[in-house]
Design a protein around this ligand. Structure first.
Ligand SMILES: [Zn+2]
Length: 503
C-alpha cells in the first residue's frame, strides 16, 4: 500500500486591492476537512482522487482543501490557520509515500510573499527530501525558485478559460503513481522572462501568442519529449519578488533537455511580448461606438474590476458612463455593493429606491454613483457554476438585488464572485440576450460566453486593481528592468532555475 497525502489552499491574491482574504471567505466558498474531500468528484480534488482510485495499491489520505474567490492578500492569521492545520494533519497522518498539493501559485499573505513555497518547505520538513511532492497550479501562478526546488513536479492548468482543473489533478496523480512505481524519475526546470501583462491576449482557445506557446509545449509533451509541460503567465496583480512569466518542463531524469525546452518557450515569450498588450477603449468611446456605429449586441468588459483577479467588484466607471450617455439603452451591469443591496432588499420588489452604488469596499478607484430606480428582483444570491475551476460548486453573491434605472438593469451583490459564464445574471432572472449592451468584469471568459450572441467586444480602460495593462499600476517589489515598463532590455532575459544552473 502507498499512502498519498492530499491538501491545498487555492486562491489568487491581488496586492492592489483593499479587501484582505480571511477565513470567512474560504468558509463561504469551499472548506473541506479530511474525508469531506471525497465529496468533491469534480475540480482538481476530484481529478486527483479519481486517478488514484484507479490504482488499488494507492490510498489517498485527504488532509484539508480550501479555496476561495480571489481577493487581496490573505491576512497573516488566515494563512497561519490553514497552513498550520495542513501541517498538523500531515504529521498526524503518520508515514506517507507521497504528497499532492493542490494550490494556485499566486497566493500571498500580508507578510508572506510565497505561500506555496512556504507550504512546500513546511511539508518537506515533515516528510523529508526523498518523498515525491507533486503540485498542481493555475497557469497564472507566480513560480518562485523555492517552489521549483522543493517540489518534485509542478503542473499548471493547460487551458484558459480554465477548463481542466480535473485533468490537471489527474495528471499530477498519474505522475505520482508512475514515480512511486519507479517507472520514471522526474526532474524539472523553469525558465522565466521579465514580462508582466494582463491575461487578455492569453487565451489557449483563440489564436494569439499564448495559444502558440502552449500548443508548442503540449506538442513536445504529447510526442514524449517530457513528462509534463506548463506555460505560465504570472498573475500580474501581485507585487512581490521573483515576478515573471515563462515555461516549466518536467523530464525523466534529463535536466538538460528540460532546460532546453523551457528556455526555447521562454525566449519566444520574450520575443512576442508586444503581442500580449491589449487594445483598449475608454468607457465613453466604447458606449458611443456600440450605440451609434454597431448593430447587434455589444459586450463591454470592465477588466479593471475583475473579481476573478482579486478586485472587490465595486468599481463603477462603466456604470457612470452608461448613466451619463444614454440611460434608456437596454444594458445589464454587475456590481458588488453590500449596503446598496441591503437597502434595495429592505425596500422590496417594486419599490422606488435612491442608492449610492459602488466604492464601498475598495474606495481607491473613484466615487460611488447615485441612482434612482425600481427594485426588480431580490434573492439570496446562490447559483451553481456551470464549468471552470468551481464546476458544479455553488457560488454565493450573498443578498442580491436587481435595480432598474431607465433601460439599465443593475445586479447589486453583497460578495464578489468569479465570472465563469453568465450564471449570476441568469440566477437573477435576467437573460443577457435581452440587452443591447452587456457589461461584464473579466479579461477572458466573456468571449467564450457571449460570442454566440454578441457582435462587438470592447476591452475598457478604467480605474481598478486589475487593469488591462500593468502600466496603470505602481509596483514596488518588481525587479527592473521589466516589460512593459521597459520595452527593450539588452542581453539574455531568460532566467533558469530548478535542476540546472543558469545556462
Ligand atoms: Zn488563472
Amino acid at each position: 500500500m502507498k499512502r498519498i497525502a492530499i491538501a491545498g489552499i487555492l486562491t489568487e491574491c491581488n496586492d492592489f486591492t483593499s479587501a484582505l482574504i480571511t477565513e470567512a471567505d474560504f468558509e463561504r466558498v469551499e472548506l473541506l476537512r479530511g474525508d469531506q474531500m471525497f465529496e468533491r468528484t469534480d475540480g482538481v480534488v476530484g481529478g486527483t482522487l479519481t486517478e488514484l482510485a484507479k490504482h488499488a495499491e494507492f490510498v489517498p489520505v485527504p488532509l484539508l482543501f480550501t479555496s476561495t474567490i480571489p481577493g487581496g492578500a490573505l491576512t497573516d492569521q488566515c494563512y497561519k490557520t490553514f497552513h498550520d492545520e495542513i501541517i498538523e494533519r500531515l504529521k498526524a497522518a503518520g508515514s506517507v509515500d507521497g504528497v499532492l498539493l493542490l494550490l494556485h501559485g499566486a497566493a500571498v499573505s500580508v507578510s508572506v510573499a510565497d505561500i506555496e513555497g512556504e507550504l512546500l518547505e513546511s511539508a518537506r520538513k515533515v516528510v523529508g527530501s526523498e518523498i515525491p511532492i507533486m503540485v498542481t497550479l493555475d497557469l497564472h501562478a507566480h513560480i518562485t525558485e523555492k517552489m521549483v526546488t522543493l517540489s518534485t513536479a509542478l503542473f499548471g492548468w493547460e487551458t484558459y478559460p480554465h477548463m481542466d482543473s480535473f485533468t490537471t489533478g489527474a495528471r499530477a496523480a498519474d505522475l505520482m503513481v508512475r514515480t512511486l512505481n519507479k517507472e520514471v524519475n522526474p526532474v524539472q526546470v523553469m525558465a522565466r522572462v521579465p514580462v508582466l501583462t494582463s491575461a487578455i491576449n492569453a487565451s489557449t482557445e483563440r489564436p494569439g501568442p499564448f495559444f502558440d506557446l502552449m500548443k508548442k509545449a503540449k506538442k513536445w509533451e504529447h510526442e514524449g519529449k517530457c513528462l509534463s509541460s506548463s506555460v505560465f503567465l504570472v498573475h500580474p496583480y501581485v507585487d512581490r519578488p521573483e515576478m515573471g512569466s515563462g515555461a516549466l518542463f518536467v523530464t525523466d531524469n534529463d535536466p538538460q533537455s528540460a532546460a532546453k525546452m523551457a528556455r526555447e518557450i521562454a525566449q519566444e515569450y520574450w520575443d512576442r511580448r508586444q503581442e500580449f498588450e491589449p487594445e483598449v477603449w475608454k468607457a465613453e468611446a466604447a458606449i458611443h461606438d456600440a450605440i451609434k456605429n454597431q448593430t447587434g449586441r455589444s459586450v463591454l468588459t470592465e477588466v479593471a474590476d475583475t473579481c476573478g483577479g482579486g478586485s472587490a467588484g465595486d468599481c463603477v466607471a462603466v456604470l457612470r458612463a452608461l448613466l451619463d450617455i444614454d440611460v434608456n439603452t437596454k444594458a445589464i451591469y454587475p456590481v458588488v455593493s453590500p449596503n446598496a443591496a441591503a437597502i434595495a432588499i429592505k425596500a422590496g420588489v417594486g419599490s422606488e429606491v435612491n442608492l449610492q452604488v459602488g466604492a464601498e469596499v475598495d474606495k481607491k478607484w473613484g466615487a460611488p454613483v447615485s441612482i434612482k430606480g425600481t427594485v426588480l428582483n431580490v434573492s439570496d444570491g446562490h447559483f451553481t457554476y456551470q464549468g471552470g475551476v468551481w464546476d458544479g460548486a455553488s457560488g454565493r453573491m450573498g443578498a442580491t438585488a436587481v435595480v432598474r434605472v431607465g433601460g439599465i438593469d443593475i445586479v447589486i451583490a453583497t460578495f464578489p464572485t468569479y465570472e465563469w459564464r453568465d450564471e449570476q445574471y441568469l440566477s437573477m432572472g435576467l437573460n443577457p440576450s435581452n440587452y443591447q449592451l452587456i457589461v461584464v468584469k473579466n479579461p477572458m471568459n466573456y468571449f467564450m460566453t457571449y460570442s454566440p450572441i454578441a457582435n462587438n467586444f470592447y476591452v475598457i480602460d478604467s480605474p481598478g486593481p486589475t487593469p488591462a495593462t500593468c502600466k496603470a499600476l505602481t509596483y514596488v517589489q518588481r525587479e527592473r528592468p521589466f516589460f512593459p515598463f521597459d520595452s527593450d532590455i539588452p542581453g539574455d532575459t531568460v532566467k533558469l532555475y530548478g535542476a540546472v544552473n543558469q545556462n
